[in-house]
Design a protein around this ligand. Structure first.
Ligand code: SF4
Length: 246
């Protein structure tokens, strides 16, 4: 079996420790961390849950790129050295475990839950045509698992704790386009804010490269930037859904 050198950041010593691990080609970085924990260092702390890329819990920096450890096969790294660190821009709790509290603090600012339009009959089904803008964007951008990879990869998040970050902006765009939702003013206040919102994005595409669900977050940010330049955008969405085109 191929051997890999795992170089893992440890929080207690503030240093990296190295471990030689044998892994089959099909095995992942998460498998390698379990090998270390079971056979070499039981004190190593990391977090995982579903192991199939659905929960986002095992997000960490792998060879300097935020990724899901359970979805990263060691052979795809094309390196015998696997450098593993906690996600940047987030407080480290222990070893590879970070607190996502700053990510969710920003996420909550854009009011991610559905706020139903009061003038609509809640018992009446809303039909969203797949070729409407919400139908199209929903298809491509609804799969966020709140793993925090885009937040950790974003250079602007690293410079400012006010910026809400790519995942929150993407969620805000989907809610603003959603014909069932009426919370417009509150979300626009956040995403049009010069320090917190879309104007902070420098279009570096780091978030797009990091997203394990392949969500084009920069596209969402650019769409909202264009929409922000149109006066009254989204305020009329409930009376005339056609005018929510961005
Ligand atoms: Fe993770 Fe992608 Fe959601 Fe960002 S947008 S939190 S990278 S799934």
């Amino acid at each position: 079996m191929p051997r890999f050198l795992f170089r893992i950041a440890r929080s207690e010593t503030q240093q990296k420790r190295e471990f030689q691990v044998e892994l089959e080609d099909r095995m992942t970085v998460l498998d390698g961390l379990f090998e270390v924990q079971r056979k070499l260092d039981p004190s190593l702390a990391f977090r995982c849950s579903c192991r199939v890329g659905m929960c986002g819990t095992c997000a960490m920096s792998i060879n300097l790129q935020p990724r899901l450890a359970c979805q990263t096969r060691v052979t795809t790294l094309e390196s015998d050295v696997v450098e593993v660190r906690p996600l940047p821009h987030l407080p480290v709790l222990k070893d590879l475990i970070v607190s996502l509290e700053p990510f969710f603090r920003q996420w909550k600012k854009i009011r991610p839950a559905l706020h139903r339009a009061k003038n609509k009959d809640p018992k009446k089904l809303v039909v969203v045509p797949p070729d409407s803008l919400f139908g199209e964007q929903h298809e491509n951008k609804w799969n966020c698992i709140t793993c925090g990879c885009c937040y950790a990869a974003c250079g602007i998040v690293g410079l400012s704790d006010k910026y809400v970050g790519p995942a929150a902006i993407n969620k805000a765009m989907l809610r603003l386009l959603d014909p069932r939702d009426e919370m417009v003013k509150e979300r626009l206040q956040v995403i049009d804010d010069s320090r917190a919102g879309v104007w902070r994005c420098h279009t570096q595409f780091n978030c797009v490269a990091a997203c394990p669900k392949k969500i084009n977050l920069t596209d969402s940010i650019m769409r909202l930037k264009r929409a922000m330049l149109k006066t009254g955008k989204f305020h009329d969405k409930l009376s005339d859904p056609e005018r929510t085109q961005i």
